[in-house]
Design a protein around this ligand. Structure first.
Ligand SMILES: Nc1ncnc2c1ncn2[C@@H]1O[C@H](COP(=O)(O)OP(=O)(O)OP(=O)(O)O)[C@@H](O)[C@H]1O
Length: 308
């Protein structure tokens, strides 16, 4: 057991090129011990490439990756028993049954959980005798997840673990991940499901075109984007100037439909708005106020990146 107090995963200034194309361009982040860190980004942003470098499947062209204090490429043997890896493509032999796959995988591990126990965790006990090629896409993902956790890893790398899972299976997978986190496992996860990141992640990074464009706790990333207030005004009423608005809205007129205000100071703007409405006896029909969601923050970041 390494006694270092550094992060479980440290990615520092990492570059990775494929031929003349640089897929990852100076990525830095740290996954602290026992947390779940989500790597988000549009298709082709470089998430899987980064994950492969953390898994030790390749080495960076520049920069450094450390997992539990080790170089995952050069010290793969040391790390292997401590790492659980679930890739986008499981690559299991298609003619083996679920039980045979689990037994085969257990044979490669120094210390494996009982196969029945891990298959139970992902609700695949009843499919033990079914061949891998006959499993549905979601069942295959669940089998991959079962194998990734079989060796009781200290660090778990999950590349789009719930893609193709039905909503109930996704919730079960989340439950499994939460129980691993409760046991102190560190998780690095990529996902396209922003609610998954919002549910599970302590911290996250959003990648685009090979670089990290936003990072922090979920709350920090979301707080960098304006909250939204929507309502409808009665005919003939125009809004006064309100504090905290992202954009001035001179001449907002009700005939233009519901009004949407974007504010960096939700409470202040809302208080002012309600005060004005009361003083002027104005009804704000369908009033709704809410902070930005992770999805809105993600889309705003992606949009800024696209126009950069
Ligand atoms: N083996 C390879 N050879 C050449 N280019 C590659 C290779 N692997 C990935 N790329 C390119 O590198 C870029 C990053 O790919 P990567 O798979 O890391 O992105 P991603 O963020 O995981 O995307 P997705 O969300 O679609 O899985 C893409 O433009 C991809 O086409």
């Amino acid at each position: 057991m390494t006694t270092t107090t550094s992060g479980a995963v440290e990615v520092s200034g990492v570059h990775r090129r494929y031929g003349g194309f640089e897929a990852v361009r100076g990525v830095c982040f740290e996954v602290r011990r026992g947390e779940l860190f989500a790597l988000l980004g549009t298709n082709g942003a470089g998430k899987t490439t980064t994950m492969d470098l953390v898994a030790g499947f390749g080495r960076p062209d520049a920069g450094e990756v450390r997992v539990l204090g080790h170089d995952p490429y050069r010290e793969r043997k040391v790390l292997r028993p401590r790492l659980g890896i679930m890739l986008q493509e499981g690559g299991l032999p298609p003619d083996l049954t679920v039980a045979e796959s689990a037994a085969m995988w257990a044979g490669t591990l120094t210390e494996a959980r009982p196969t029945a126990e891990v298959l139970e965790l992902v609700d695949l006990r009843h499919r033990e005798g079914v061949r891998v090629r006959q499993l549905s896409g979601g069942e295959r993902r669940r089998l991959d997840l079962a194998l990734a956790v079989m060796g009781r890893p200290e660090v778990l790398l999950l590349d789009e673990p719930t893609t193709g899972l039905d909503p109930e299976s996704r919730r079960n997978a989340w439950q499994l991940v939460r129980s691993l986190l409760a046991d102190g496992v560190t998780v690095l996860l990529t996902t396209h499901y922003l609610n998954e990141a919002q549910e599970l992640a302590d911290r996250l990074a959003i990648m685009q075109h090979g670089v990290v464009v936003a990072a922090g706790s979920t709350a920090e990333v979301v707080a960098a984007h304006p909250a939204r207030i929507t309502f409808a005004l009665p005919a003939g009423v125009t809004l006064p100037a309100l504090p905290g608005l992202r954009h001035n809205l001179p001449g907002v007129r009700p005939e233009h439909g519901p009004v949407t205000l974007r504010t960096d100071a939700l409470q202040t703007t809302l208080t002012e708005l309600l005060g004005w409405a009361r003083r002027n006896d104005v009804e704000l029909a369908g009033l709704e106020a809410r902070p930005a969601s992770l999805e809105e923050a993600f889309l705003a970041v992606a949009d800024e990146g696209a126009h950069a």
